[in-house]
Ligand binder design. Sequence first.
Ligand code: GDP
Ligand code: MG
Length: 439
Amino acid sequence: LSDRLEGAWKKLRGQDKISESNIQDALREVRRALLEADVNLQVVKQFVADVQEQAQGAEVVQGVSPDQQFIKIVHDELVGLMGETNVPLAEVEELPTVVLMAGLQGTGKTTASAKLALHLRKQSRNCLMIAADVYRPAAIDQLMTLGKQIDVPVFQLGADAKPLDIVRQGLDQAKADGINTVIIDTAGRLQIDPQMMAELAQIKELSQPHEVLLVVDAMTGQEAANLTRTFHQEIGITGAILTKLDGDTRGGAALSVRQISGQPIKFVGVGEKVEALQPFYPDRMASRILGMGDVLTLVEKAQEEVDFAEAEKLQKKILEAQFDFDDFLKQMRLLKNMGSLGGIMKMIPGMNKLSGDQLEHGEAQLKRAESMINSMTRQERKQPDLLAGSPSRRRRIAQGAGMKLDDVSKLVSDFQKMRTLMQQMGQGQFPGMGGMGGM
Ligand code: GDP
Ligand code: MG
């Protein structure tokens, strides 16, 4: 346990600033996490470089390592980047609001059209869906079936009509019927295709949509970047719907889409059912992409619990060898606030090697120490040396805490060793470990 405390103590001193060298491991972790989440390689490079530059020189929070703090900064940056998405779907005064769905074949455009219509209907926005995909024979039927299921009308002219005609007439119908929002379901191709793009551009020109939503399959991975670039350059998108997030993907496509287009993800699809649409939650997505929830929790806790002014006072006391039992107690309570010792160890990567027995032992030791300190007088806490010279004081404390004289004697001598050691560490000397005894 003493090695662990030494490491923890170095962190609690909080003298680190984030530098390129002390976040090497974190950088590697973050890059790996992003690539594993299928964020496009170029996007990863750019993003990591941006965050690194921004984090450089930041003071490290007491109680965490520069690595951990860097990961938190990355996380916050990810949230920020994806975070302006609570902008609801456009709604215009002069009805109807027009939403154009775009994307490759099979990404979930038709399904998403119905999901969106249902979502809007729940907000009392009545919708009309326009079936403008005349290329896949079953596409119109599919939309009709979905429309029935959610009780939303579908405008269609069969598979022989031209998409532009369908859209024109559909919009007229919507205006005549006082429809609030029109959702245009379009055809996709398996790959980006000039003809598809040209048709989509024409539909956009004709319908003047208030939203052009790129529907992206979350499983698309690396390709999401190219896809977004092409659609955004050629059509211009106002947002995206990320579908199939119920799969086992980590959702890195979200970052690619956002970084490349600058446009928000508005919704995510989380299943085949029409109800399976959710607003996009940036922080959930950031944690999912990083896959480091535990580390983030730890960093957040540390930021909450650590009182900077208090920590500075403590540091000064240590350097002047004035660290007393009261400070010791504060330090222990700080650890406790952050959760059980075992819980903290488990959250720190590479620090979870302590056996359950060792952890329990460590926590029990801390509890015992606390009860002994509670039995000390104020003066004794402030002047630990009083105890070293007085067996009768130690005996009284042992009785008060329900322990043996030896226990108190050991606490006092361990404390003195620890104080010396901390003072040396505080002055930048790192003696071989040995002190702190069984503490
Ligand atoms: P489109 O070609 O872009 O119109 O795609 P479709 O709407 O026809 O969807 C293609 C397939 O993906 C269908 O089998 C859908 O049920 C399925 N799908 C769509 N969205 C989701 C989703 O969020 N999760 C899952 N698991 N499947 C989805
Ligand atoms: Mg379709």
